[in-house]
Ligand binder design. Structure first.
Ligand SMILES: CC(C)=CCC/C(C)=C/COP(=O)(O)O
Length: 257
């Protein structure tokens, strides 16, 4: 009478390594009954694979979770893109959204910081502004690299009528406006002495810049969320590499009057 062994044990045969054998036989490129396969796995492995093993070919839980998240992201982003065109549900708010867009654009921030550097009359102000300039440039490079690597297209409902873009800006992940808004917000909160209402205002501004990207149809929700996280994290890199007159005297000499 055969002993009541499990199907896994029976498949193990004399080797006692069922998982290894089943994975090898599943990954072999030849057809299930090919001579090469029979030679590799012995006569007992030529039997059809049990259902339990075939499950390993199915998408992983992580794969399913990611595809579902992306589907929800696309669906939600389309629904939230209420200012994507003049004819959209909130089309009349589009001009205001575009003003918010410019407020988070790289050019005004870069020009404003450079102007501030030339106008600065104290070493402390120069140090802060020089580091802000470094942060803004680092952010531009990081976003360009990630956009170039990920190459996620902007939502189909986006109208490409943005103020000054570079070639990688045809891609949407991550949102450059969101990274900049989070980075600048954290930077300002750490280095400027501001009254509480102004501190609240800068946080609100960063959030509104993020939300406006989705409302304008420029980005999917995940582009903005990841952009905000990336910008927030980037501030820690800036803090770590902080440029000071002691570390980089030559750089500070450029702006000494
Ligand atoms: C040309 C310069 C200096 C900056 C480009 C700024 C820009 C257009 C970023 C794209 O932002 P989103 O990824 O949020 O659309």
């Amino acid at each position: 009478m055969p002993s009541p062994r499990s199907s896994r044990e029976r498949r193990a045969g004399s080797s006692g390594r069922p998982e290894f054998l089943s994975l090898v036989s599943q990954r072999s490129p030849g057809p299930p009954d090919s001579p090469s396969r029979r030679k590799e796995s012995g006569s007992s492995a030529a039997a059809p694979l049990p259902e339990e093993d075939c499950m390993k070919l199915n998408p992983s839980f992580l794969g399913i979770a990611l595809s579902s998240l992306l589907a929800i992201d696309l669906w939600a982003s389309k629904r939230l893109g209420v200012c994507a065109g003049e004819g959209s549900a909130w089309g009349s708010a589009r001009p205001l959204m575009k003003v918010i867009e410019v407020s988070g654009h790289g050019i005004p921030w870069l020009l404003g910081t450079i102007y501030g550097l030339y106008q600065s009359d104290s070493l402390a102000a120069r140090e802060v502004l020089l580091n802000l300039l470094f942060a803004l440039l680092l952010d531009l490079v990081l976003v360009a690299v990630v956009k170039g690597l990920v190459r996620r297209r902007r939502p189909t409902h986006n109208k490409m009528d943005m103020f000054v873009t570079i070639s990688v800006d045809k891609y949407s992940f991550p949102s450059g406006h969101a990274t900049r808004a989070a980075l600048v917000c954290r930077f300002v909160l750490h280095h400027l002495v501001l009254a509480v209402p102004l501190r609240v205002l800068i946080v609100l501004w960063a959030l509104i810049v993020g939300v406006s990207r989705v409302m304008l149809g420029r980005h999917n929700v995940t582009d903005v969320l990841c952009g905000l996280l990336l910008g927030y994290a980037l501030y820690s890199v800036v803090e770590y590499c902080w440029l000071s007159p002691l570390r980089t005297p030559a750089l500070f000499a450029l702006w000494s009057h």
